[in-house]
Design a protein around this ligand. Structure first.
Ligand SMILES: NC(=O)c1ccc[n+]([C@@H]2O[C@H](COP(=O)([O-])OP(=O)(O)OC[C@H]3O[C@@H](n4cnc5c(N)ncnc54)[C@H](OP(=O)(O)O)[C@@H]3O)[C@@H](O)[C@H]2O)c1
Length: 280
């Protein structure tokens, strides 16, 4: 297959290249090479005649979206619109990646694929707008929602926790915000399986299980040889942020298993991540 990947230098973009490169003809585009906010992207993408476009490009700075909402909407909503129009112009299937944050995250609720979104911050509203553009403009789409993504060489919760542990020698971490940590390599592998099905629709792909930020930080420090670093559990209101994160936007992957697509538990994925970090 000829596969165009946007946001190719991001965490997921790089993981996708890793799993797709041997069996497919790839056109990986960085932001400089293919800016999805530029309407000319549509003709640029269609000219390459892709069979599939994977939109891994996004504005992912959740707090920054509160400062610069127009910029976040430009990438996550208008950009998604352009990518959907590019897929339509090329008659290509489309994978569009979205987020657990489209859900309000009510404590105790586990969200399946047909649950009603209700974004509570600007980033989430921009991603929800992007999903709606894709659904409205091009039916041959897979929308894949994921959460708490980590990959080698990325900026993510793992790198932030380790850097803070080394800098401060102790941590305060929110214990009442929950999500599903997800290894980009496992997400990319699940997407690769999905694109062979032609089963268009909306999917929730995260590593199995969920945890609080506090539990996640504990698991990271244990694997990073820093389990001596004390972590104080705090409540969300004690950690001031520009954006309001959903407290319990925990995804359930109920449709993937119907197609034989499941992801391993997040703890196993974290083990694999640190194993590879040690080998690098
Ligand atoms: N990271 C998470 O925890 C998380 C959680 C839930 C869902 N997701 C979703 O998963 C997807 C992949 O996330 P990720 O973690 O791989 O994000 P990432 O590492 O931040 O990568 C996003 C990439 O998009 C590029 N980009 C930004 N604006 C662009 C534009 N106008 N045109 C083309 N490319 C542009 C960025 O390039 P520059 O770096 O040059 O700006 C970056 O390489 C996104 O849809 C995100 O919303 C992520």
């Amino acid at each position: 297959m000829r596969i165009l990947i946007t946001g190719a230098q991001g965490q997921l973009g790089r993981a996708l290249q890793e799993v797709l490169q041997h069996e497919h003809d790839l056109l990986p585009l960085s932001r400089q090479e293919g800016d999805i906010t530029d309407p000319r992207f549509i003709a640029q993408a269609a000219a390459w005649k892709p069979d599939l476009i994977i939109n891994a490009a996004a504005w992912t700075d959740v707090d920054g979206a509160e400062r610069e909402p127009d910029a976040a909407f430009a990438v996550n909503a208008w950009g998604a619109q352009n990518v959907a129009l590019a897929a339509r112009a090329a008659d290509a299937a489309l994978v569009h990646v979205s987020t657990n944050e489209v859900f309000p995250g009510r404590p105790g609720v586990f969200y399946h694929e047909f649950d009603e979104p209700g974004p509570v911050n600007t980033y989430a509203r921009s991603k929800w707008a992007g999903e709606r553009m894709v659904r409205a403009l091009w039916p041959r789409h897979y929308i894949v929602r994921t959460a708490w993504v980590f990959f080698h060489g990325g900026s993510n919760f793992i790198t932030k926790i380790i850097a803070a542990a080394d800098k401060f020698g102790r941590l305060r971490v929110v214990a009442d915000e929950f999500g599903n940590p997800t290894y980009a390599l496992d997400l990319a592998t699940a997407i690769v399986r999905l694109i062979t099905t032609d089963h268009y629709g909306t999917y929730h792909f995260t590593n199995a299980g969920y945890c609080s930020r506090y539990e996640y930080a504990r698991a990271i420090l244990e694997r990073a040889g820093r389990d001596h670093v004390p972590i104080i559990p705090i409540q969300h209101h004690q950690w001031k942020r520009l954006a309001t994160p959903p407290r319990h936007a925990v995804l359930r992957n109920t449709l993937g298993p119907r197609l034989g697509i499941t992801l391993r538990p997040w703890q196993d994925a974290l083990d694999a991540f640190f194993q590879r970090e040690r080998e690098a």
